[in-house]
Design a protein around this ligand. Structure first.
Ligand SMILES: Nc1ncnc2c1ncn2[C@@H]1O[C@H](COP(=O)(O)OP(=O)(O)O)[C@@H](O)[C@H]1O
Ligand SMILES: [Mg+2]
Length: 299
């Protein structure tokens, strides 16, 4: 269990990156969704013990990160894949993982070799493990990144925007790998890509401007937009008056808009089933309808 209580981070005394975040996170895959600048990376770096909060507390499996013993104990239980992972271009994946394993304190060389081989197998890089990292594709580099996060069998894995820059196929493969990992431990995944969440997380939070806007299951976020998503057919004029247009489709008999809100009587509107993206857009535009009281895991 990860317990985050009233977490605040202010950079240089003026940039309010986190404004009192409270979240309890249980086992499985947890999604942290939010636009750029929301505070996701700040939160993840605090969870990983790399950044000190201005105020508030974080407990990782009961270990208080504000004490040096607590932080040390927590760090031995976690793996972190940062948003920008620097790889050594002239090392092979095998050499890189061996090096990170040493840094993580796995001193026995047989244990290191065994773990490195297992992880290379798991991320399906065994065949290319002796090639230099500079020859790897974006997706392959991300897989090396997850492998290094998994060294030392952590109970908590923190991954920050892991699918950025991946092509659709790599994205799917990477997501599946994370889901497999989440069967064994807690995974916290931050992203601004809705599909990353919808396919893999059973519990999520939306964070915006340093605060938690929503906490619940993906189905609850979808539910928040139910009854508010419509398609409208017009002869080209874009619907306005408070409606958010989420997509536009040119048809033979006009233009079909998918909108969120309450269309006026002048529109021939058809109500449709909301998607997770609709729920997200509704929540971002209607923060007053947010549901942040349920701070317990959705499962
Ligand atoms: N080291 C820093 N110094 C000053 N401001 C920062 C620093 N890191 C992040 N910020 C600011 O804090 C806010 C949250 O950033 P970040 O946590 O990176 O958000 P996200 O990962 O959701 O995009 C942004 O306004 C960002 O500009
Ligand atoms: Mg970030």
């Amino acid at each position: 269990m990860i317990e985050i209580t009233n977490l605040t981070k202010t950079y240089s005394g003026k940039v309010h990156a986190l404004r009192g975040v409270t979240l309890n996170i249980g086992a499985g895959m947890f999604g942290l969704l939010g636009p750029n600048g929301a505070g996701k990376t700040t939160l993840m770096r605090i969870l990983a013990g790399l950044l000190r909060p201005t105020d508030g507390t974080v407990k990782v499996f009961g270990n208080d990160m504000s004490t040096s013993q607590g932080k040390q104990a927590a760090k031995s239980l976690l793996g972190y894949l940062p948003q920008e992972l620097g790889l050594y271009p002239n090392l092979s994946a095998r050499e890189f993982l061996d090096y990170i394993a040493i840094l993580k304190g796995i001193t026995d060389s047989h244990a290191r070799k065994r773990q490195t081989n297992e992880l290379l197998e798991m991320v399906r890089l065994s065949d290319v493990a002796n090639r230099k990292l500079k020859t790897y594709s974006g997706g392959m580099k991300r897989r090396v990144g997850i492998a290094q996060a998994l060294l030392g069998n952590p109970k908590l894995i923190i991954v920050d925007e892991p699918t950025a820059g991946l092509d659709p196929e790599e994205r799917v493969r990477f997501r599946n790998m994370l889901s497999d990992t989440a069967a064994r431990c807690t995974v916290i995944l931050s992203t601004h890509v809705i599909e990353d969440i919808s396919h893999s997380c059973n519990d999520l939070a939306i964070i915006n401007k340093g605060g938690v806007l929503f906490r619940g299951a993906p189905s609850e976020l979808i539910g928040a937009a139910r009854g508010k998503v419509w398609t409208i057919l017009t002869q080209g004029e874009r619907p306005n008056d408070g409606l958010s247009v989420v997509s536009t489709l040119q048809l033979q008999n006009g233009v079909q808009y998918r909108v969120i809100g309450t269309p006026g009587a002048q529109y021939a509107a058809t109500q449709v089933e909301p998607s997770l993206e609709d729920g997200y857009i509704w929540m971002m535009n209607h923060p007053e309808s947010s549901k942040v009281s349920a701070l317990q895991p959705a499962r």
